[in-house]
Design a protein around this ligand. Structure first.
Ligand code: MG
Length: 164
């Protein structure tokens, strides 16, 4: 038996954003029609932020908040897909690739189910994956805590990385 040449790495990313009326609602790079959207210095896309943090964590790199500061005016209103492209570039420089992403999004609004497949495809495209290497699960907060009261959206992502 030959020695394995791939060294898998696992990373976890969690992000929460408050939801506010009248804010554009972009989650997983997909724009939703919604009465509320995530507040944030960038576009507030908690799903992509959690995905980036999971990938950065697996690669042993800095976290999203350190690399793309919310104090930097350059990041004001920024499309979080830019962060994903930059994260992908950073891991590629280290000879790493994303192998899979498992995504859980907890929110009362918007309803994710009708556009889950679209989110999956978008996230897969951003991280250089086939769609079947990404799973997106939508959950509600069961009327408990900030998510359950509709005050926030929370995303949790586990990333598996390995040699490119
Ligand atoms: Mg965030």
């Amino acid at each position: 038996m030959t020695a394995p040449t791939s060294r898998p790495r696992i990373g976890l990313g969690i992000d929460l954003h408050r939801l506010a009326p009248g804010r554009a609602c972009v989650l997983g790079g997909v724009a939703f029609e919604s009465p509320v959207g995530p507040l944030g210095h960038s576009d507030g896309d908690a799903v992509l932020h959690a995905a980036c943090d999971a990938v950065l964590g697996a690669a042993g790199l800095d976290d999203l908040g350190t690399l793309y500061s919310d104090k930097d005016p350059q990041n004001a209103g920024r499309d979080s897909q830019d962060f994903c492209r930059d994260v992908l570039r950073r891991i590629a420089e280290r000879g790493l690739a994303v192998w899979s992403l498992d995504v859980v999004v907890e929110t009362e609004l918007p309803k994710l189910k009708p556009r889950r497949a679209e989110m999956r495809e978008r996230i897969a495209g951003l991280f250089g994956l086939a769609p079947d290497r990404v799973n997106v699960k939508g959950k509600t907060g069961e009327q408990v805590d900030a998510v359950g009261r509709g005050e926030a959206v929370r995303a949790t992502v586990v990333a598996l990385l390995g040699d490119a």
